[in-house]
Design a protein around this ligand. Sequence first.
Ligand code: DX5
Ligand code: ZN
Length: 227
Amino acid sequence: MDFDRAVKIAPSILSADFADFGKEIEAVEAQGCDWVHVDIMDGHFVPNLTFGPALCAAIRKHIKTVMDVHLMISPADAYIQAYANAGADVITTHIEAGPHSHRTMQAIRSAGCKAGIALNPATPAASIEYLLDMVDLVCVMTVNPGFGGQKFIHSQIEKVRNLRAMIGDRPIHIEIDGGVTPETAPLVVAAGADVLVAGSGVFKGGSVENSAVYGNNISAIRAAAGV
Ligand code: DX5
Ligand code: ZN
């Protein structure tokens, strides 16, 4: 995976048809998305459950772009190798998920993946200051993790701006996760974000049979953000 700061749209399959992930992924990729975002929830770190490494391995062969795995689980370390084996390109864990994020980032890179660290809305940007030389991506949660379709939390725009300044020239993506729409995308892009995760914002109104809607939703986000 080469690094660049071009704005990328990463549909979250949390908003796709759970009975048809393979076709849903092929549809959003055909409609022009850049990455595919996979939300893993454990019913403990967040109040919702999704799926695990076996499902990730099964859908991997349908992903031609980048498999971006967001672990909303605690503890996370014991599962990193399993998600790497499942074919993750990026593995992101939460700074709030345990006391040893420094070790976790090392473990993700040692497993051959890009390392991401996610921050919940209440967590300050400064909490990851001493991780910046070990991460490839910072994920700013613009909703409280656990569910799709929630309202964007505007206070996080300032956090993105602060992180962008902290990152400087380092090759680190800033990813936004939650509530991305044509209304909110320009705000986070202007603040310095380059990967926009969008679940309901991409999948709403469409289906595998009517996938042009996915393309229209992706284009509307890009156009609003001016990218
Ligand atoms: C929330 C997940 C998000 C979610 C985003 O816990 O991490 O990736 O799917 O969904 P929308 O775009 O609908 O807010
Ligand atoms: Zn996510």
